[in-house]
Design a binder for this molecule. Structure first.
Ligand code: BTN
Length: 266
């Protein structure tokens, strides 16, 4: 479908984009999943800064193997990173991606906040999701794929009812559509900014910025991890990006990943 309006538009964008981060953009009218496509490009040796963008996805994937519904109007893209930082720092990329998306949405005058670790909410409804997939070899990171799904000009009626109840879109919030290219340009600049901090080892600045946008700190939450359900108050994030939860017993638990639900706002 290389002649589609969407592909032409992104090709034109790619030819005129002179901003940072991007080395090559692949655009698709429809694809199975931008993350899956970028993974195969990464295996073939694609460079850092390779981007895959699609107008719709047939098999968009979310965290915990959930489906990411991907109707027209949304932004579905994946970015390829080949970070030089030590393996243990990679979890901070979750925060880098969440910050880039949040700052982009905020630049369109919406009060976006981050639900730990990287869901982006506006008025407590999900507006964007992030899926990181990485490959490690001999204790170092070979590549990281950062998959971003944003409900930009998404008509919420095109989402299934169970998702729709807790979702919103930029268009829905504003009442008018947003220019896709402008959104993309802003996002790529924001991503470059935070990824640069990461590459310079400025974890402190990333964590500080994340805390400022956090919707989770100070709240009582429960986190479903791979093997456990942990409950407590989210008190802080440490320099490695672990969330610190204070349990009812008074102990502090460090959590690296999981599915977070707010119990109450205390
Ligand atoms: C989540 O909140 O569960 C993460 C959703 C991530 C969705 C994006 S859309 C672009 C990229 N390709 C995918 O298949 N998933 C990510």
């Amino acid at each position: 479908m290389s002649g589609s309006v969407f592909v032409k538009k992104i090709t034109e964008f790619s030819n005129t984009y002179h901003g940072p981060f991007v080395t090559k953009i692949y655009a698709f009218d429809e694809i199975s999943s931008t993350n899956a496509k970028l993974r195969s490009l990464a295996i073939q040796g694609a460079d850092e800064g390779t981007v895959v963008i699609a107008q719709t996805q047939r098999k968009g994937r979310g965290r915990f193997d959930r489906v990411w519904q991907s109707p027209k109007g949304g932004v579905y893209l994946s970015l390829l990173l080949r970070p030089k930082a030590p393996l243990e720092k990679t979890s901070l990329l979750t925060y880098v991606a969440a910050l880039a998306v949040t700052h982009t949405i905020r630049s369109f005058n919406l009060p976006a906040r981050i639900k730990w670790p990287n869901d982006v909410l506006v008025h407590q409804k999900k507006i964007a999701g992030i899926l990181l997939e990485s490959e490690t070899r001999d204790a170092h990171v070979s590549y990281v794929i950062v998959g971003i799904g944003v409900n930009l000009n998404t008509n919420l009626a095109h989402l299934k009812a169970d998702v729709r109840t807790n979702a919103t879109s930029v268009q829905q919030e504003h009442g008018f559509p947003i220019d896709y290219d402008e959104f993309l340009t802003t996002f790529l600049h924001q991503f470059d900014h935070f990824y640069r901090l990461f590459s310079l080892g400025r974890s402190d600045q990333i964590i500080d910025a994340w805390k400022q946008q956090s919707d989770t700190l100070g709240k009582r939450i429960k986190i479903q991890t791979m093997n456990d359900m942990i409950q407590g108050t989210a008190v802080d994030v440490d320099e490695s990006g672990f969330l610190l939860l204070k349990t009812a017993e008074g102990t502090t638990v460090r959590v690296t990943s999981g599915d977070c639900t707010v119990i109450d706002e205390s």
